[in-house]
Write a protein that binds this ligand. Structure first.
Ligand SMILES: [Ca+2]
Length: 471
């Protein structure tokens, strides 16, 4: 029997077991936890000391892991901002999701009317819903704005490019511009991340007496690599960009500490599930000196592990075992079904993921019932599949598939495709089945056109293109 089918059979049994054990009476309002979902932008798994950061420490995030559960096989939604956030919000994997690159043939796509989102699910269940930071799934005037996608309030950047400006003249609240007075000295008061973290904390305080969903989609350490004070790393013999980037990771850690302190001061930290993660792997600029993608190959925009491996930590006192480590394979696609189970509502039809609540609550050792599938259309079309410990990767739909054994080779250094034709066939079939064509993107058969058809100008993506981070 093929590995995939064997896995499905084994895990169907597990799911049957889990559905018996995890289903009970739906939680009452009193039992519904608050949810604080902290999503930082472009930080790699190697930026956090609990995951082995080589250049610095993130003590508040370490503490979150020490008091909660740390996932060691977690992935973001995709390898770049918009597509990753689309997976997170909709519960659709990258072969089904609307956004498969930051841009498309039809420009910047906005989430459509009628789209199920995590925020709508929670809003309909009576949660106060607030988002703070970068949205990226619909600009003002479109159907995709957060206040039409389940948020009572959203404060920050709607447009991804606007989010590059940390000393902006305005931020946006529910599609209305909020002027930011710039003193001109690029102080903390002028810095957008300060405002956004302050608003995050104010929302928590304002909603302390009712269930709330706080989506803290903070922008550091995404470029522009600017921060009023890079002093934690100011003395290092690094470039200013590297110092600023590292200081921006440290700022995220400080702000995690501020949120946790507020939850404790309000006496609600025991009824709050806090999740910390990042939307995609680190930018290529930070892999060499800082080791921001840890032991993994690749970086942001690549479907090698370095582009999609994510820190993922969850803390919920009395429910999640402190200091626990979980190796279940999970991606952002699982957030929507997990939250649905958590609040006792049915998983919306069409959702691709699985609830990892049994893992969070320590009820069972889950094994993922289906492979993990990713695709992305920038800088060129790529697909990847994680099937147990196998990792398949290819560009185009007909280019040769690379195969790695992640257990023996987490750095994807040794392509073992030739030795495993059966696994290759299986993964190719999964890639074909999970990829649904989208009218917004053209799917190439090959990364580069055949020689005879190739234009004089070679259609390659240079490292410079990758480093020139436009979104
Ligand atoms: Ca990002």
């Amino acid at each position: 029997m093929k590995l995939y089918r064997a896995l499905v059979v084994a895990t169907s049994l597990l799911l049957l077991f889990s559905s018996r054990t995890s289903l009970g009476a739906p939680p009452t309002d009193e039992e519904k936890p608050n949810i604080v979902f902290i999503l930082v932008d472009d930080a790699g798994i190697g930026d956090f000391s609990t995951y082995g950061c080589q250049y610095g420490v993130t003590p508040n995030i370490d503490q979150l892991a020490n008091e909660g559960m740390k996932f060691t096989n977690a992935y973001s939604g995709n390898a770049v901002c918009g597509p990753s956030r689309c997976v997170l919000m909709t519960g659709l994997h990258p072969g089904h999701a609307q956004r498969r690159a930051n841009q498309s043939k039809d420009g910047l796509l906005a989430l459509p009317t009628g789209q199920m989102t995590v925020a709508k699910l929670l809003h309909e269940a009576g949660y106060a819903t607030g988002g703070f930071g970068k949205w990226g799934l619909g600009n003002p005037g479109t159907t995709g704005v957060p206040e039409k996608q389940g948020f009572d309030t959203f404060f920050g950047y709607y447009d991804q490019r606007h989010a590059h400006d940390y000393y902006t003249e305005y931020l946006i609240r529910n599609s209305v511009r909020v002027p930011i007075t710039q003193s001109g000295d690029q102080s903390w008061d002028d810095y957008s991340a300060t405002r956004i973290a302050d608003e995050t904390i104010q929302f928590i305080e304002a909603n302390k007496d009712r269930p709330f969903f706080c989506y803290a989609a903070w922008t550091p350490p995404h470029g522009a690599y600017e921060i009023p004070d890079n002093s934690p790393y100011g003395e290092r013999s690094w470039t200013e960009t590297e110092k600023n980037y590292a200081a921006m990771v440290a700022l995220d850690d400080t702000d995690v500490g501020r949120v946790m302190q507020k939850l404790k001061d309000l006496g609600i930290d025991e009824k709050t599930l806090v999740v910390f993660t990042s939307d995609n792997g680190a930018n290529a600029n930070f892999i060499k000196r800082l080791g921001s993608t840890g032991q993994y190959r690749g970086y942001k925009r690549m479907l090698y592990e370095g582009g999609i491996r994510a820190p993922f930590i969850a803390r919920w006192p009395g429910k999640i075992q402190p200091g626990s480590i979980n190796d279940v394979q999970t991606t952002f696609v699982d957030v929507l079904p997990t939250i649905a189970e958590l609040i006792g509502v049915p998983v919306p039809a069409g959702a691709d993921g699985y609830s990892i609540l049994p893992s969070l609550l320590g009820r069972e050792r889950q094994v993922r019932p289906t492979p993990l599938y990713f695709e992305i259309y920038e800088p060129y079309f790529q697909q990847s599949v994680r099937l147990a410990d196998w990792k398949g990767y290819r560009t185009g739909t007909r280019d040769a598939l690379e195969l790695y054994d992640l257990k023996a080779d987490p750095g994807e250094a040794n392509n073992v495709a030739e030795a495993h034709p059966d696994i290759i066939k299986e993964i190719e079939a999964i890639m074909t089945a999970e990829h649904t064509p989208s009218p917004h993107y053209t799917t190439p058969e090959h990364r580069r056109p055949a020689k005879a058809k190739r234009n004089k100008k070679r259609q390659t993506t240079s490292l410079k293109d990758l480093l020139d981070d436009k979104e």
